[in-house]
Design a protein around this ligand. Structure first.
Ligand SMILES: [Zn+2]
Length: 250
């Protein structure tokens, strides 16, 4: 009882609720950890999903306007996240979404016909009116990916550790595959509070990274992937435009 009394004196931030990926705080019980996390168990439009039998469609172009940003990287305990300076955005279907941050999961969260990839990168965007759009890129073992070199040596290895390095400049556009066809559906955040109404754009072409690049991440963090959620009849589209829907970088 005293414990509860003490707790009330200090307002608790949502961040203080220790969700994670272990049995005692993992995806199966996120919905029970906080009153604000209800959608994690009751939501019916959740992410990630297994991408299977998408419907081909002529999809609109994603216009990229990503600027370079100085490195600001943090190990949150549940992911490794790069905060993005303001001024970068994508535009799709007449709506502009500003890039806030990108982060990584290992193994992947989305699966393709049941197959997990080694990792997945999420670029999280928000529109002026608070709509979220996430670009997901699956990462598979292959050739070394030099686009990641500028910051891959700076991965913070302990929870709460962050690094701000002004001299290391990166542009998230350089991390993406050339071909920017996507799978599209409407889902949720894959972490608490599992908010719905998130526009998902999962690139059909995976990023390649070398085995040792992937191992460098996994040595710090592994198993931060939510299991796939039921589609529940949602529309899942895949870009069927013949021309390479490569977008543009201003
Ligand atoms: Zn994510």
């Amino acid at each position: 009882m005293n414990h509860n009394k003490t707790k009330k004196k200090v307002p608790q931030h949502t961040e203080a609720v220790c969700w994670g990926y272990e049995a005692e705080n993992g995806p199966d019980i996120w919905g029970q950890l906080s009153s604000g996390y209800g959608l994690c168990s009751t939501g019916i439009c959740q992410s990630p999903i297994d991408i299977v039998h998408p419907t081909p469609a002529k999809l609109s172009l994603i216009t990229f306007n990503y600027q370079s940003t100085p490195l600001n990287i943090r190990n949150t305990g549940n992911t490794i996240e790069v905060a993005y300076q303001s001024g970068s955005w994508i535009e799709v279907d007449g709506m502009k979404y500003h890039l806030l941050q990108f982060h990584f999961h290992a193994p992947s969260e989305h699966t393709v016909a049941g197959d997990l990839s080694d990792m997945e990168m999420h670029l999280v965007h928000e529109s002026e009116n608070g709509m979220l759009a996430v670009i997901g890129a699956l990462i598979k073992s292959g050739s070394i990916n030099t686009a990641f070199n500028p910051f891959w040596n700076y991965l913070p290895s302990t929870t709460g550790e962050s690094k701000q390095i002004k001299d290391v400049i990166l542009n998230a556009y350089d991390l993406l595959p050339i071909r920017k066809h996507t799978y599209r559906y409407t889902g949720s955040l894959t972490t608490p509070p599992c908010s719905e109404g998130v526009k998902w754009f999962v690139l059909t072409t995976p990023i390649e990274m070398s085995h040792s690049q992937i191992a460098a991440f996994k040595s710090i963090m592994f198993g931060n992937n939510r299991p796939v959620q039921p589609l529940n009849g949602r529309e899942l589209l895949v870009d069927a435009t013949k021309e390479s829907n490569i977008g543009s970088k201003d």
